[in-house]
Design a protein around this ligand. Structure first.
Ligand code: ARG
Ligand code: ZN
Length: 479
């Protein structure tokens, strides 16, 4: 038997993601048997995620009919129990007809709009591997949760892409970034229509004479909100980066006047990703791309390996900056994910700052100039300064301040520690924490350890005070 020193064991334990080690935030240390908690314990979104198990893989085998918006199929979920479990929840909003746990029919009940309660035939002991099969059907566009739907119905299909939740509209999951898993997504659609998802397209096969099945694999840990599905009529382009990564982009055939600008931006994905590798270190996944469905919304989302873009983002011409933003998230957000949703700055502050770095490189304004502009353009009584990027509250999770004031915090850090140390931090963090989860406070500690400087006061000023800082994030003497 191998004897290992205590410190080494401790280091190994630290390497295990919090969700695996502690069964998610939701599991109180006292409770080791009984039903799994209906939430993972995120104060911003109490219903998100669940306690009692940790998913390793989702296999989604689906069929979608654009004319009716009917989505139907089977999800097979591989998980491990993290407590003795008499019952557990899945987050999901479509109609479930049957659930099997380890091949045996389980009891199913529903609570609220998005909680499916599964009672296996016999209690599951802690630490067991379980296979959960969920058969389901429904029209995602008809599912509204608090009056909101994350599903985009388009003239020729539908799209799931939203943050912090989109999974409940199309597959059952443990819907929180603390429980990442790998994905196989296989979707049967009418001939002439494509199904786009994350990762690598493994196969395209005819089903009978009228249907085609698209099978995708995303083989690195992926948060549930970063899983995407887009069905519609697309132009597909493929390429490889100079480093050999496969690129697949998809453009709705219905982009009208925005088509040229969308392609002129997203076709630069490989170039942008390789530039970002110079800033953030090796790209964490094995596929690249982007897709633009014919949705009417105006946001983009860093869906893993293949970001979602809206046509409106290309209405004034090319917008490589949004491509930089979404690709930066592949490191900051997708590989290193939030621990809880209050930590959204570890995603958005860095994605915004990477746009400033791109501008600096392109000679369109330095990060310092952009920071000065943001600081000057919001007067002290602007509501902008009342939002604390380090803990903005669920209602302000995507407030402009999380992005712009969030990036000001990084400019302040850069000026405090100098360029050499700053860029060491930017590259070291996603390398050190790859495929994990992190809190804002973890980043502050990391920056302190790399720079050897106390930085709590600086981050308090830029991330945690509900007031305009009295001094701009000014460059140091002589800069
Ligand atoms: N992470 C996305 C981005 O910054 C934000 C998506 C916000 N969602 C929304 N409905 N506005 O690109
Ligand atoms: Zn973002």
């Amino acid at each position: 038997r191998l004897i290992v020193p205590g410190a080494f064991v401790a280091a190994l334990l630290l390497a295990i993601p919090a969700s695996a080690a502690a069964g998610g935030l939701g599991e109180s240390p006292r409770k080791h048997s009984g039903p799994g908690a209906p939430g993972i314990g995120d104060p911003y979104y109490p219903a998100s995620g669940n306690g009692g198990y940790d998913v390793s893989h989702y296999d989604l085998r689906l069929k979608y009919q654009p004319k009716s918006d009917l989505l139907e199929g089977t999800a097979t979920i591989l998980a491990e129990t993290t407590q003795d479990l008499s019952r557990f929840n899945l987050d999901f909003g479509l109609d479930v007809s049957e659930v099997l746990v380890n091949g045996k029919k389980a009891g199913v009940s529903f609570s609220g709009d998005q909680e499916v309660e599964v009672t296996p035939a016999a209690p599951l002991p802690k630490g067991s591997s379980i296979t959960v099969v969920v058969r389901y059907a429904g029209k995602p566009s008809e599912l509204a949760i608090n009056g909101f739907t994350a599903w985009h119905r388009t003239p020729d299909g539908g799209v799931a892409a939203q943050e912090p939740d989109s999974a409940v509209w199309w597959f059952p999951s443990n819907d929180h970034p603390l429980d990442k898993a790998t994905y196989d997504v296989s979707v049967q659609v009418p001939n002439g229509t494509q199904a786009i998802s994350n990762g690598v397209l493994q196969s395209t096969r005819p089903v009978g004479s009228d249907w085609t099945r698209y099978s995708w694999r995303s083989d690195k840990p992926q948060a549930s909100y970063l899983a995407t599905l887009a069905v519609g009529k697309f132009d597909i382009t493929t390429d490889k980066t100079t480093g050999g990564l496969p690129i697949l982009n998809a453009y709705s055939k219905d982009l009208g006047a925005n088509e040229g600008a969308a392609k002129a931006s997203i076709e630069r994905t490989g170039e942008v990703a390789e530039w970002l590798e110079g800033v953030f270190g090796p790209y964490p996944f094995n596929a690249l791309g982007g897709y633009v469905p014919n949705v009417t919304s105006g946001y983009a989302l860093e869906t893993q390996t293949r970001p979602f873009y809206s046509p409106r983002q290309f209405a004034s011409g090319s917008n490589v900056s949004v491509v930089v933003h979404e690709l930066a998230h592949q490191w900051y957000g997708d590989s290193v994910s939030v621990d809880g949703w209050k930590d959204i700055w570890v995603n958005e502050g860095f994605a915004r700052y990477s746009q400033w770095l791109w501008s600096e490189k392109e000679g369109e304004g330095t990060a310092q100039e952009l920071a000065d502009h943001v600081y000057a353009s919001h007067p002290a009584d602007d509501e902008f300064w009342t939002v604390k990027p380090g803990d903005p509250g669920p209602e302000n999770q995507f407030h402009l301040a999380v992005y712009d004031r969030g990036a000001l915090a990084l400019q302040a850090l850069r000026n405090e520690v100098g360029d050499k140390t700053f860029f060491e931090i930017l590259k070291g963090w996603p390398t050190e924490r790859a495929y994990g989860n992190a809190k804002v406070s973890d980043f502050v500690k990391y920056a302190e350890s790399v720079s050897g400087k106390p930085l709590a006061a600086l981050f308090d000023t830029w991330l945690y005070e509900a007031a305009k800082p009295s001094e701009p994030a000014a460059a140091g003497v002589g800069v």
